[in-house]
Design a binder for this molecule. Sequence first.
Ligand SMILES: *[C@@H]1O[C@H](CO)[C@@H](O)[C@H](O)[C@H]1NC(C)=O
Length: 143
Amino acid sequence: MVPLLLVCLFGLGWTAQLPTPRRDAEYPPPKTLAFLRPFGVLCVKETGVSPSAIKRFSDEDAFEDDRGLKCYMDCMFRLTNVTDDRGELHMGKLLDHVPHEFEDIALRMGVRCTRPKGKDVCERAFWFHRCWKQSDPVHYYLV
Ligand SMILES: *[C@@H]1O[C@H](CO)[C@@H](O)[C@H](O)[C@H]1NC(C)=O
């Protein structure tokens, strides 16, 4: 019974693997990457997150419980001015940063991710990122 259950769980885990994220010359949009990178450098310094943890979350089937990574996500929101006066993500401001041709993708990715849970801004920033990644693992990326 137990081995059978394990086989089933393993089988499910294997077939439920993330599809390959889209990474090519047009996507993620080079202009957005260039805009975000300098803030990424500052936010790595501020939070001490390891660049490999950012990369894993971006490109792999990884949802690590990493305080530095969560606060990095909040730091990026803050430095790119997509937060409101309470420090919470403001979706309209975020969409201002999305190139026109990718607005549909961004809207679809975010449509079910509107009620963040978490005890502080880092937890809630992470909630958004995890929700986006789960809703569209192909187009989600983290810089
Ligand atoms: C964010 O807002 C601050 C203060 O208004 C401004 O100095 C800074 O240039 C803005 N940064 C971005 C990325 O828009």
